[in-house]
Design a protein around this ligand. Structure first.
Ligand SMILES: [Zn+2]
Length: 259
């Protein structure tokens, strides 16, 4: 599932390859992915415009245009962004990457290229002028003071607290397990019990884990991820990994070191 690092990779791809290209046509016919818009509504706002910048906060991404309307894109559980090159032309019908039945939303550029939201599970979104007020500060950018204040209170388990997108934005299930393991903090501890040193340590690990995953190509590159299984052992101390459902998500941690 795309987490913050995967969304950042998509944003960066758009920034490198899609900005400055004029939009000639938009396929917004999927009324589920494009809800609440009617077919043609997103197209009407974007055709003729040029993408000028690509932004991200947590797992939400939005693209500004020179005409005002903003295009919000969310990758959902399985979505990815594919940019078709003008030079390469349209993807070949028999090519390995063409999966048109999974193309939920497509921007066609005047130069012949495309920007596609490809999503097997159809849980991604394309929306005009997305509302982002409900999102907390980005997990990779949040300041020490804001992190202490937003994360360090309440009785919710620590993992649920850091995955609450209104508290900080961008931490998903795997990123949470990796950062908590790196910080040696238990996912089930009430968030309000942490002292400032522990909160600072967790913030540092969330930032480090996120940056490492962006650099290495995804959350799956974390050190503890492959040990998240029933017979998994902690790669640091060799203890059997503990497993429980925390905040509605399957959670693995080292019961010896994560206190
Ligand atoms: Zn351990």
């Amino acid at each position: 599932m795309p987490e913050l690092p995967e969304v950042e990779a998509a944003r960066s791809l758009i920034e490198e390859r899609a900005l400055g290209r004029r939009i000639a046509e938009v396929d917004d016919a999927d009324t589920y992915v494009c809800r609440p818009h009617a077919p043609g509504e997103i197209a009407g706002a974007l055709v003729g415009a040029t993408l000028t910048s690509a932004h991200r906060q947590g797992k939400t991404m939005w693209l500004a245009t020179d005409r005002g309307p903003v295009l919000g894109l969310h990758l959902g559980m399985a979505g990815k962004i594919v940019i078709g090159d003008a030079e390469a032309g349209e993807p070949k019908p028999d090519g390995p990457v063409l999966q048109p039945q999974w193309d939920r939303f497509t921007v066609h550029f005047a130069d012949g290229g495309t920007l596609i939201l490809r999503d097997k599970r159809r849980l991604g979104r394309a929306v005009l002028d997305p509302v982002i007020d409900h999102l907390g500060p980005d997990a990779a950018e949040v300041t020490r003071g804001a992190f202490r204040e937003r994360v360090g209170h309440g009785i919710a388990p620590l993992k649920a607290r850091i995955m609450d997108q209104s508290v900080i934005a961008g931490v998903g299930n795997l990123l949470a397990d990796e950062a908590l393991w790196q910080a040696r903090l238990s996912p089930v501890r009430p968030a309000g019990e942490l002292d400032e040193e522990e909160l600072d340590r967790l913030r540092n690990q969330i930032r480090a884990t996120t940056r490492s995953a962006i650099r290495k190509g995804g959350v799956h590159t974390g050190e503890v991820i492959e040990h998240r299984r029933r017979d998994g052992v902690c790669p640091r101390c060799g203890a059997g990994m503990a497993r429980a459902t925390v905040g509605g998500r399957t959670t693995y941690w080292c019961p010896v070191e994560q206190t």
